[in-house]
Design a protein around this ligand. Structure first.
Ligand SMILES: [Zn+2]
Length: 507
């Protein structure tokens, strides 16, 4: 799933505050120009009368006062009529980006009209970098945005911004240090066993993913691909027909159609929670970087799949009843061969052989054998990197994992090797120099980089229409889903208040 893919403490989430009174703010904002317009009108009329008022002619002065009073009354009346008749439509102009959608006029969730329970489809478009939606017309995604709630500046991945750690953070609400999938590949420090992307042994997959939570609460889940879904956990046993085994060659259309077909089941058998996963545009992003026409085509194709889903739901008369949450796991940044750092160049300071390195790039993870002091290795590596003698050395900084910035939440697991390197955006680490020339795209970097952000769109009865919310970390999504389904979730790194702040209250 993605040729590469991407990590913290239970108490230290700092969700971005969500403004809950944005409608009021928007109206206030609307009012200010109108007030200004009235003021300028008054000013103009008084200034035009100014030269005349200097006259001593009393009858003329009285006439003038009368004229002024009459004009002010007429102006006020017109102003009243104008603004009162305009106010309903001014609401929709405040969401110009949502052209066809009315602003939420109520703060309550819209009632279900056909289904008897909330249904959530969680969609991931792998490597859908925030901003791709502006590359080409995406009418279907735009429709979800216009009639739903969007993270205005994108969804923030967890560190490392790789596929497996992030998909499983979305599913569990946990940072990778707590859900256990700390990288796309890593070692169990006790057994020495290696985790790989197809591993389904439950020992790797900690925490409680949404599909398990849903079943624990007596509801049904169906998964059409998502890292971790094939792992048997608690009451979730990846049931035949409701848990597709990963196969990247299944056409995207078939995946959408399968999800739609669930809605043709008897109402008590329709899954309450579904996942839908697309490998694109990650796949193209790795090959050609973030700015190639191939990305544009891949984004178009994802949009067509969203259109197919919307159409199928509309045919069944349930589009407005079903909750669609569309996300990506991380962004993408273009990389090229001038932005390379070679570990072998550090030899004058310390020899870091290939077999110490769990992953090279963009997440540099190093586990020196016993007998070597990790802090000594870190000190020598940083000495070399900052010496000015190592090509691009200043773009890599190496840390003992416990010294990483706490915002990365990437130390509280013994699966995380003791030494972690942080790269500047777009740089890569290689073991040794080679003649290979390569340009492409990558992700896995510090989740603070804007290029690592993906998208978040929520559409359905509990999402306000045309609403923009600030960016947030994807560990919040678990609580959003459990809130919508009205079920009890497991403890996680998301904030308890997030769902209430983002969702409309119960009808
Ligand atoms: Zn990915």
């Amino acid at each position: 799933m993605g040729s590469d893919s991407l990590p913290s403490t239970l108490t230290s989430t700092k969700p971005t505050p969500i403004p809950t009174n944005e409608l009021d703010e928007e109206h206030d904002h609307d009012d200010s120009p109108s007030t200004a317009a009235l003021l300028s009108f008054n000013t103009d009329s008084s200034s035009s009368s100014e030269p005349l008022s200097t006259s001593n002619n009393k009858p003329l002065f009285i006439v003038l006062i009368l004229v002024t009073c009459i004009s002010l009354s007429v102006a006020s009346a017109f102003a009243y009529l104008f603004f009162s008749s305009r106010s309903p439509s001014s609401s929709s102009t405040t969401t110009a980006s949502s052209a066809t959608s009315p602003l939420p006029s109520v703060s309550h969730a819209r009632p279900l009209t056909k289904l008897n329970r909330p249904k959530v489809i969680l969609i991931s478009s792998d490597g859908f970098r925030f901003g791709y939606q502006f590359k080409t017309p995406t009418p279907n995604i735009a429709r979800l945005i216009a009639n739903g709630t969007e993270a205005e500046t994108g969804l923030i991945p967890v560190f490392p911004s790789l596929t497996f750690p992030n998909h499983y953070s979305i599913a569990t609400g946990l940072y990778p240090a707590y859900h256990g999938i700390v990288n796309n590949h890593f070692l169990d420090p006790h057994s020495g066993d290696a985790f790989y992307m197809g591993a389904i042994d439950p020992k790797w997959w900690l925490g409680e993913p949404l599909w398990e939570t849903v079943v624990k609460n007596g509801l049904n889940a169906a998964t059409y691909f998502w890292p971790g879904t094939q792992v048997h956990k608690g009451p979730w046993n990846c049931p035949l027909n409701f848990c597709r085994h990963y196969n990247s060659s299944v056409p995207f259309e078939d995946r959408v159609d399968a999800v739609l077909s669930y809605f043709d089941l008897p109402s008590d058998e329709i899954p309450d929670f579904m996942t839908l996963y697309f490998e694109d545009p990650d796949h193209q992003g790795h090959k050609v970087g973030a700015d190639d026409p191939q990305i544009t085509e891949a984004v178009s194709r994802i949009d067509r799949m969203i259109g197919r889903l919307i159409f199928g739901l509309e045919q069944r008369g349930i589009f407005d009843d079903v909750t669609i949450i569309m996300v990506g796991d991380h962004g993408m940044v273009t990389t090229c061969d001038k932005k390379l750092i070679f570990l072998d160049d550090l030899a004058p300071w310390i020899n870091v052989p290939d077999n110490w390195v769990i992953s090279h790039t963009p997440l540099l993870a190093i586990m020196p054998p016993s007998g070597y002091s990790p802090s000594d290795v870190v000190a020598k590596m940083n000495q070399g990197l900052s010496s000015g003698k190592v090509e691009n050395g200043r773009y890599l900084k190496v840390y003992l994992k416990e010294d990483l910035p706490s915002r990365l939440h990437y130390s509280a697991s013994d699966r995380i090797p003791p030494i972690i390197g942080l790269l500047e955006e777009g740089f890569k680490v290689k073991q040794k120099r080679s003649k290979n020339k390569e340009c492409g795209g990558s992700h896995g970097y510090d989740n603070e980089f804007f290029s690592m952000r993906s998208i978040f769109i929520g559409h359905g009865p509990q999402f306000a229409r045309g609403r923009k919310i600030p960016s947030f970390e994807n560990v919040q999504i678990y609580n959003l889903v459990t809130f919508i389904l009205n079920i009890k979730g497991a403890p996680n790194n998301g904030s308890a208040s997030f769902a209430k702040d983002v969702l409309l209250s119960a009808a």
